[in-house]
Every structure is written in structure tokens, then in C-alpha cells.
Design a binder for this molecule. Structure first.
Ligand code: SF4
Length: 306
């Protein structure tokens, strides 16, 4: 499709014999905010690292990840040419992502220079001002509060004006109020620069507030993908249904917190059929057999029930 920025087809991620991501396929569209959601350990962050060419040592990806017509997994791909102006990864921990021995201004100036952009003090101050921390130019990361460090990280991530920003659980260490402030800021900065966004979050409620499209992963499998409205209001996969119940979108009237029972398959487990079978209240014998992805328009899911 013409509007596709990044197309993932049958992507698997292995560490030796372990399978961390199992033949995933989905698309990220130009100019849109897409959310990749699922519990911790579903394979979301490894997927993001594969897109940025930053898988840890010992991990390998197969299948295809096509970004602007180039397969990022081809052996002659130089990811140094893609990271920065092509794909920028904003991590969940500002404390880890920012270098403690350099000022914020110096670090942003460096990323501008590396990407061939104007790296004057004025350019840096403009970015910091957009991020709401104009006075952080001469500050070291340790001199900033958690919220301000996250703002500095937003300025750092948006400095090269990436065509795709991957925001990986960027609000997980913040309280609710600061989380929404940072999400609003990052989305505003991205939209002003016409960057597409892939937000990675375990929180479907948060995803539904920002994304126009949602992809749900479980046990390394993509189990549902569709327009945010369809996925939230008419989920087809039981895992999405239960993930919604465990978020603040569907609260239990008794006030009890809902959690999904059971565990995801481990990377060392062989999964032939549905990765959710051992946790699913609707599981039948056929669920452990290989199954096709089902479609209705641009909504797709991996479940024999719906
Ligand atoms: S395929 Fe079967 S086990 Fe998997 S989600 Fe659907 S009903 Fe449940």
C-alpha cells in the first residue's frame, strides 16, 4: 500500500534455539500514530530493537522489515544510514539514554551535527523550548527531575526529525499526570515534524488515547491488528478482550483489579497453534493446530473463534 512506511513480514527473532518473536507481520503507516501493545514479555521491545538494528548480541532477526522500500534485514544494509533521520528510538529510561557526563545542550548539539543538521545554540534552544525546558541547555541529566529528563529525551529523540519515531514505554516510570504530559508533548513534537510514531506500551487505555491503529502481541505473536476504534470497541481476539479488562477502560464494578491468568509461552516453548491457548477461556482442541490469520477490511486477528 502506498501509505505504508514500514512493512513487517514473517519476522522472527531468535536467541539460539529460543524464539522471542514468532513470524510477526504488520504495517506502520505514514503520518500516523500506531501502538504496539501487549503484556511485558510479549516481544514488543525486541521488535522495536530489531527495527532500529539494535538487537543485543546473540539475537538475530529473520523475515523482512521493509522501511521506505529498503529491507532492513538484508545483509548489505548499513543501519547507520537509517538511524537518526530515518528511525529514532526513544527509550523508557531517560537516566540510561542520556550521557551523565555531558550537558543536555551538548548532547542535542551532537545528535544534530551527526545527522547533518544545523547545530547552533539557537537550534538547540529551539528544540529545548519546544520541549518546555528552555533553561536545561547547561544542565546535566542528574540536575533534572524525572519529568524534565523525559522532556530532554523527547528533544533529543526529535532533534533529527526522524521519519519514524519509536517510543518504547516512555511513560512507564512516570505518574499519571506526568505520563499524559509527556505523551502529549512527544506526539505534538512528532506531528509538527511530520514524523510517524510507533508507540510501544503495555497499556491499551493509553494506546487508545493516541493511536489511530493498534497492534496487539502475545507470546511473540501478532494476535490482532486494526484501526484503534475497531480493536477497542470490537476486539476479535480473546487476549485483546482480557487486556482491555485489565486496563482502566473496562473497570470491574466490585472495584477488584482484573489480571489475566496464566503465563505466556516461554521463548524455549514450541508454539504450533495459538500462543494464548493455555490462558484462553474459549480454547478448544483445534486451537493447538496451525491457523490462518482472519480479516475483515483492515482488521485482522489470529483466532479460530471470531
Ligand atoms: S485460537 Fe482458540 S485459544 Fe486462541 S484465542 Fe482463539 S479461541 Fe482462544
Amino acid at each position: 500500500m502506498e501509505n505504508v512506511l514500514l512493512s513487517v513480514r514473517n519476522m522472527s527473532i531468535h536467541r539460539g534455539k529460543e524464539e522471542i518473536v514468532r513470524s510477526s507481520s504488520f504495517s506502520v503507516y505514514k503520518g500516523a500514530i500506531t501502538a504496539l501493545s501487549g503484556e511485558s514479555g510479549s516481544g514488543k521491545s525486541m521488535t522495536a530493537l530489531a527495527f532500529a538494528g539494535l538487537l543485543p548480541q546473540g539475537f538475530s532477526a529473520s523475515g523482512s522489515i521493509v522501511f521506505e522500500g529498503q529491507d532492513l534485514l538484508s545483509s548489505d544494509m548499513d543501519m547507520g544510514n537509517i538511524r537518526g533521520r530515518g528511525i529514532m528510538l526513544m527509550l523508557q529510561s531517560a537516566a540510561e539514554a542520556l550521557n551523565p557526563v555531558y550537558t543536555i545542550g551538548h548532547q542535542i548539539k551532537t545528535v544534530l551535527r551527526i545527522n547533518g543538521l544545523e547545530c547552533s545554540d539557537e537550534a538547540v534552544l529551539g528544540l529545548l523550548s519546544d520541549a518546555g525546558i528552555a533553561d536545561a541547555f547547561d544542565k546535566y541529566p542528574y540536575e533534572l527531575s524525572g519529568g524534565m529528563r523525559q522532556r530532554a529525551l523527547a528533544a533529543f529523540a526529535m532533534a533529527p526529525e526522524p521519519r519514524l519515531l519509536i517510543a518504547d514505554e516512555i511513560t512507564s516510570s512516570l505518574d499519571d499526570e506526568n505520563a499524559h504530559m509527556i505523551m502529549d508533548l512527544v506526539m505534538q513534537m512528532a506531528m509538527a515534524r511530520e514524523s510517524s510514531v510507533l508507540m510501544i506500551t503495555h497499556d491499551l487505555a493509553l494506546a487508545s488515547q493516541y493511536a489511530s491503529r493498534i497492534i496487539v502481541m502475545h507470546g511473540g505473536q501478532t494476535v490482532e491488528e486494526g484501526d484503534a476504534y475497531d480493536v477497542i470497541h470490537s476486539p476479535k481476539h480473546p487476549y485483546t478482550e482480557l487486556l482491555l479488562r485489565s486496563s482502566e477502560l473496562v473497570q470491574d464494578q466490585s472495584g477488584k483489579l482484573f489480571s489475566i491468568k496464566g503465563h505466556m509461552p516461554r521463548p524455549c516453548d514450541e508454539v504450533i497453534g495459538c500462543s494464548f491457548a493455555s490462558r484462553c477461556p474459549y480454547c478448544i482442541e483445534d486451537c493447538s493446530r496451525p491457523m490462518d490469520i482472519r480479516f475483515s477490511g483492515s482488521h485482522s486477528w489470529r483466532c479460530i473463534r471470531a
